[in-house]
Design a protein around this ligand. Structure first.
Ligand SMILES: [Zn+2]
Length: 314
């Protein structure tokens, strides 16, 4: 089978790569995401595809985007953290490059890539939870991506877990992603480092004492060095995440959860509190099989690889 291009549109960068049918990336490019004009994103994607196909025969393009994608996989209906509303993304890109284009939710791309090539291989019901700035997700059930009735299943980040809780980019309050995401980790670290600077010395050293410069990777680094505040924030975010997975298990009964996204770079520092909160919160915990909870195997490439593979199977 031929080669396809996978594109991962994030809030800050667009990554595009040529991928073969074993999920191997043969060439890759990165560009900043245009901030001002949503139609400019289509031009950036088209430019990257043109560059990549100069050296590789490409037969289709898959675009993974953080938003609600319609059932025909052409239009971004709504993006909680980007300005897209009813954006005909596939048509815009096809017009510029004259290749078939499939648009997929980025969480779906991650789930598909991990099930095909990564940590969820062989699972009967795999649930991927992508913990980055927000929380995305996707499900592969009996070898098929589960898209729901209208194409927008798997928006785990916007399940309300705290009535009248923190405001969310989607316009509602108390969403899961406000408590268990990279943003939640950073918020926790900034607050606690300001309140208890003596317990956050490693974290504060890394940002020259300026709590507003604390980022997710800085919290991960500090936690690895044993910073008490960084570790406490991972424990807190991990607990929310583990409890959220237990709720997902009540509905979906997966045999495998895969945790990906930038926050999962912390490895066991995140997984340990997730697993213990999950075990405690799972209904009938002592009387049922527990799913595996694994770290994603493909890292940040999963979105791109999944989008490319789904375009191949369009
Ligand atoms: Zn929300």
């Amino acid at each position: 089978m031929g080669l396809t291009v996978g594109v991962d549109v994030g809030g800050t960068k667009v990554a595009a790569g040529v991928v073969d049918d074993d999920g191997v990336i043969l060439a890759q490019l990165r560009e900043p995401t245009p901030k001002t004009d949503t139609s400019a994103i289509a031009e950036v994607i088209a430019g990257m595809v043109d560059q990549l196909r100069a050296d590789h025969p490409v037969e289709a393009v898959g675009v993974g985007a953080a938003g609600f994608i319609d059932a025909t996989r052409t239009t971004v209906l709504f993006a909680p953290n980007l300005a897209w509303r009813d954006e005909p993304l596939a048509d815009r890109v096809t017009k510029l490059i004259d290749l078939p284009v499939v648009v997929e939710n980025d969480g779906n791309c991650h789930a598909w890539a991990e099930w095909r090539f990564g940590a969820a291989r062989g699972a009967r019901a795999a649930v991927a939870v992508v913990v980055g700035t927000g929380i995305g997700g996707g499900m592969v059930v009996d070898g098929r991506l589960y898209r729901g009735g209208f194409g927008i299943a798997g928006e785990f980040g916007h399940v309300r877990i705290v009535p009248d809780g923190l405001p969310c980019g989607c316009g509602r309050r108390g969403c899961f992603e406000q408590y268990a995401s990279g943003n939640a980790l950073v918020r926790c670290a900034r607050q606690r480092a300001a309140d208890q600077p003596a317990d956050a010395s490693r974290l504060l050293d890394a940002v020259h004492g300026d709590v507003t410069r604390i980022t997710g990777p800085a919290v991960t680094e500090a936690a690895r060095d044993g910073d008490p505040i960084a570790l406490r924030c991972f424990a807190e975010v991990g607990r929310w995440l583990g409890e959220g997975l237990a709720d997902l298990a009540a509905v979906l009964d997966p045999d495998c959860f895969v945790i990906g996204g930038g926050v999962a770079d912390a490895g066991d520092i995140l997984l340990e509190p997730v697993r213990s909160a999950f075990d405690a919160a799972l209904t009938g915990s002592a009387y049922r099989p527990h799913p595996a909870i694994r770290l994603a195997a493909l890292g940040s490439a999963a979105g791109l690889v999944g989008a490319a593979d789904l375009a191949r199977r369009r």
